[in-house]
Write a protein that binds this ligand. Structure first.
Ligand code: UDX
Ligand code: UDX
Ligand code: ADP
Length: 467
């Protein structure tokens, strides 16, 4: 079966970039990305590609090339579904904030709504592709809903989890380590798998396209993220040992990463992992394990989250203890708010939790991030519900200038590893700060010796403080 029209429901961090790359690589396929959010669609259609809602290096060029040719962004959800022979579901699946499984299970409300909408408007056979990360066995829910349309339409469900990392989305989409496609073993299911394989094989070598059953594909996505997060929590646990033993976490990372069985990637100690996937997916895995009565398995994976929460909290505590056990009324400058560099995404960013902890101690925060808006910073803090939003507004300022952010502060904390932070005039920053001036480098990106020579007291994750 040759696919001519694709519809993608959800124009977010996954749907937008993924569809832009498919459209670029397959000019003969018409790709329509739909979303209920009118502002988001308007931003994707902005004539200036610098204003598209997702910041990803290289994405603007791809959108500029394909948009209007075979890539379209629209709010006409029903029409786009109706026309398409393949529908990707790429909507948000956040952790439930209410009811059974609150705080752990994935909220599948939006997925179910999509399925019902597809069932309602479809008049021709379609392949439905799960792109969002979903708990294992979600496909059976989708199947169930779609098979009860009563109009004899054949829906095939595929699982095609996305492994792109934010900040490198375009690179990851153009040359993925692998593409994973799970489908039903029946002949119709396999024909659907083949149709999707054909799309990807336009630019991905076929040996990198893995096909499995639906459940392996769904579970592999959760497992991949759990393993990656586990590595970060593991090295972060070691970073705390380093700080008290004069071992250097970077040296330890290099030493263990040189073992090909361990491998060098994802061993960078940090103030804690963030992002929309790691925590959510592990919580999902924990919830699934508990549902099946696998308590030891659940406890094992939960520890990865517990370690991550500890890492964020202990960074905040380090700031407080260094500043003579009180930060009340003291200005602390945050460099970075995004959960990693090269993205404007702040979901689950460590910065939010470190800030929350310091605000509980009545600190005054001043935030600078090259890509995050002031509105987003306040939204993130308000979302926690720890204090009145008027309090957040009065304690936190967000500036567009890093020097302004640091001016008059007692301490500068680096929360995101943006490259530009290292190139700042640190002498100028020092001159405008209160003394003693502290730097807390939660990402180990600054030149510690240079800062110390200027006069800063420097704390770096995973290194024993000598000053
Ligand atoms: C280990 C380390 O590999 C080695 O670097 C160190 O110097 C000594 O300890 P060893 O215990 O000899 O070496 O064997 P190893 O191959 O690491 O296996 C250890 C155990 O893990 C074995 O029981 C093995 O069966 C098991 N294992 C290993 C698995 O169950 N699955 C795997 O994927 C790998
Ligand atoms: C992750 C997976 O990498 C990706 O395959 C999946 O599709 C979605 O989830 P993402 O969350 O975009 O991608 O970013 P990632 O690069 O994995 O970083 C996640 C968090 O871990 C960030 O906060 C990052 O700063 C942190 N991290 C990562 C570390 O602290 N140390 C590391 O060595 C690597
Ligand atoms: P991700 O990081 O997984 O891409 P996002 O939250 O960035 O997640 O994007 C998901 C998008 O899906 C949002 O823009 C949201 O408005 C959209 N969405 C959710 N449910 C529906 C729906 N039923 N129809 C259309 N769009 C939807």
């Amino acid at each position: 079966m040759k696919i001519k029209k694709i519809c993608c429901i959800g124009a977010g961090y996954v749907g937008g970039p993924t569809m832009a790359v498919i459209a670029k690589k397959c000019p003969e396929i018409q790709v329509t990305v739909v979303d209920l959010n009118k502002e988001r669609i308007a931003a994707w259609n902005d004539t200036d590609v610098n204003n598209i809602p997702v910041y990803e290096p290289g994405l603007g060029d791809i959108v500029a090339e394909a948009r209007g040719r075979n890539l379209f962004f629209s709010t006409q959800v029903d029409e786009a579904i109706q026309e398409a022979d393949m529908v990707f579901i790429s909507v948000n699946t956040p952790t439930k904030t209410y009811g059974e499984g609150k705080g752990q299970a994935a909220d599948l409300k939006w997925i179910e709504l999509c399925a019902r909408q597809i069932a309602r408007v479809s008049t021709t056979d379609k392949i439905i592709v799960e792109k969002s990360t979903l708990p294992v066995r979600t496909a059976s829910t989708l199947k169930d809903i779609l098979s009860h349309t009563g109009n004899n339409i054949n829906f095939q469900i595929l699982s095609n989890p996305e492994f792109l990392a934010e900040g490198t989305a375009v690179e990851d989409l153009l040359s993925p380590d692998r593409v994973l496609i799970g489908g039903d073993p029946s002949p119709k299911g396999q024909a659907a798998v083949e149709a999707l394989v054909e799309i990807y094989s336009t630019w991905v070598p076929t040996e990198r396209i893995l096909t499995t059953n639906l459940w392996s594909s769904e579970l592999s996505k959760l497992t991949a993220n759990a393993f990656l997060a586990q590595r970060v929590s593991s090295i972060n646990a070691i970073s705390e040992i380093c700080e008290v033993t004069e071992a250097d976490v970077n040296e330890v990372s290099r030493a263990i990463g040189s073992d090909s069985r361990v491998g060098p990637k994802f061993l960078k100690a940090s103030v804690g992992f963030g992002g929309s996937c790691f925590q959510k997916d592990i919580l999902n895995l924990v919830y699934i394990a508990r549902t099946y009565g696998l308590n030891e398995v659940a406890n094992y994976w939960e520890q990865v989250i517990i370690m991550n929460d500890h890492q964020k909290r202990r960074f905040a505590k380090k700031v407080i203890s260094s500043l003579y056990n009180t930060v009340s009324g003291k200005k602390i400058a945050f460099l970075g708010w995004a959960f990693k560099k090269d993205t404007n995404d702040t979901r689950e960013s460590a910065a939010i939790y470190v800030a929350d902890h310091l605000l509980n101690e009545n600190a005054e925060l001043s935030v600078f991030d090259p890509k995050v808006t002031a509105q987003q910073v306040y939204t993130d803090l308000d979302y926690l519900g720890t204090r009145e939003s008027t309090k957040n507004a009065s304690l936190v300022t967000v500036t567009k200038d890093p020097y302004e952010t640091c001016k008059g502060s007692h301490a500068v904390a680096v929360l995101t590893e943006w490259d530009e932070f290292n190139s700042y005039d640190w002498q100028k920053i020092y001159d405008n700060m209160l003394k003693p001036a502290y730097v807390f480098d939660g990402r180990d990106i600054l030149e510690t010796e240079k800062l110390k020579a200027i006069g800063f007291r420097v704390y770096t994750i995973g290194k024993t403080q000598t000053q």
